[in-house]
Design a protein around this ligand. Structure first.
Ligand code: NAP
Ligand code: G4F
Length: 342
């Protein structure tokens, strides 16, 4: 019998890589997606098209973390052995503009899912393993460098505060109801599928378009912020490994390196033989009321207990993202040459 996994946030960056990873392991993969007036499935479209056999192992269900009935229905229909909670309003800057909504989705949404799983385990007698997408943003105004599982949290945004709530709910459901629930405290991870408004993808997309003459300026905020950037494809393996252990636990997942936004600009524009200072302008609208100045993770626990380590370097990650965005920019340039507006 195939293992069944349920993923919230399946249409997002991590949902797409995790789906691929689990399908590769032979799982039946189910995803919760929100109804939207336009398509949101571009990151997982290929999973339908790969093969007929894969198609029947990959299914989407309408639902929402803010709709507990939909969560209960999907869980009882599918009877998953593993549940990965990746759904979130995940943009930190946006969380300052929509704090209550962010807290609802990230905090109460996680609680709704945990409650549904408690009933599923207690009343239907199913053992289930739960992964919570916790975040290095919880370290915020960092108490030490690097940050590990024992570093105290100091969240600096509505998003980070909501993630702290979800982190502790996950631990409480583990201790109170004996649910196999794990927190992966993941540091920033990027890819060609990263949302276009996060800083790395914003930079690789704009630099590629600048290279091909499709735009001439890039507006950014704080260039001094430092992040521990890894590759999303590497990080989904750590999520899965956490749920394969004897006992549930919490793990930091990171590269151990930190780089500033400025260094990311150097890497990307340098790869394209451009000088970013000719194109980048600072726009105050991209500054946050409170900033997280530096994140640098210590993933030695994940390395020792899960046997996990990152494979893609900072430089290779930036180049991988540029290569993908250059391809898209080339298609856009061809449309422009043919007289279409892009
Ligand atoms: P992402 O690309 O922004 O994807 C977020 C996903 O959540 C999307 O599928 C989105 O659906 C879904 N979603 C939003 N609101 C929802 C709701 N009310 N109910 C159900 N689903 C909802 O994020 P990501 O980068 O893949 O990150 C995955 C998770 O890891 C998130 O929880 C994020 O906070 C956390 N995290 C990310 C990083 C990182 O660096 N990427 C680091 C640490 C933690 P739509 O497509 O409909 O919008
Ligand atoms: O790319 P960012 O928006 O990512 P941020 O805030 O670190 O959050 C991401 O990583 C978290 C893990 O630590 C996740 F939990 C979260 O869901 C998300 O995936 O910003 C990175 C840095 C910030 O310091 C920001 O101020 O880049 C700086 N920045 C400078 N200019 C910018 C910009 N960020 C964005 N989004 N856009 C800019 O124009």
């Amino acid at each position: 019998m195939r293992k069944r996994a349920l993923i919230s946030g399946i249409t997002g960056q991590d949902g797409s890589y995790l789906s691929e990873f689990l399908l590769g392991k032979g799982y039946e993969v189910h995803g919760i997606m929100r109804r939207c007036s336009s398509f949101t499935t571009h990151r997982i479209e290929h999973l339908y098209q790969d093969s007929h056999e894969q198609e029947v192992r990959f299914k989407l269900h309408y639902g929402d973390l803010l709709d507990p009935l939909s969560l209960r229905r999907v869980i009882s229909d599918i009877e998953p052995e593993e549940v990965y909670n990746l759904g979130a309003q995940s943009h930190v800057k946006t969380s300052f503009e929509q704090p209550a909504y962010t807290a609802e989705v990230v905090g109460i949404g996680t609680l709704n899912l945990l409650e549904a799983l408690r009933d599923y385990q207690d009343h239907a007698g199913h053992a289930v393993r739960f992964y919570q997408a916790s975040s290095s943003e919880m370290y915020g105004n960092v108490r030490e460098v690097p940050q590990s599982e024992v570093t105290r949290f100091y969240p600096r945004s509505p998003y980070a505060c909501a993630k702290v709530f979800a982190f502790w709910q996950t631990i409480n459901y583990r201790e109170a109801y004996n649910i196999f629930a794990c927190n992966g405290v993941l540091f920033n991870h990027e890819s060609p599928r990263r949302g276009e408004t996060f800083v790395t993808r914003k930079i690789t997309r704009a630099a590629s378009r600048i290279k091909l003459g499709l735009q001439d300026k890039l507006f950014l905020g704080n260039l001094d912020a430092k992040r521990d950037w890894g590759f999303a494809g590497d990080y989904v393996e750590a999520m899965w490994l956490m749920l394969q252990q004897q006992d549930p636990d919490d793990y930091v997942v990171a590269t151990g390196e930190t780089h500033s936004v400025r260094e990311f600009l150097d890497e990307v524009f340098g790869y394209l033989d451009l000088d970013w200072s000719d194109y980048v302008e600072i726009d105050p609208q991209y500054f946050r009321p409170t900033e997280v100045n530096i994140l640098q993770g210590d993933a030695s626990k994940a390395e020792a207990l899960l046997g996990w380590s990152p494979k893609v370097s900072f430089s290779d990650l930036a180049r991988m993202m540029v290569d993908a965005d250059l391809q898209t920019a080339e298609q856009e340039a061809a449309l422009v040459a043919a007289g279409y507006a892009v």
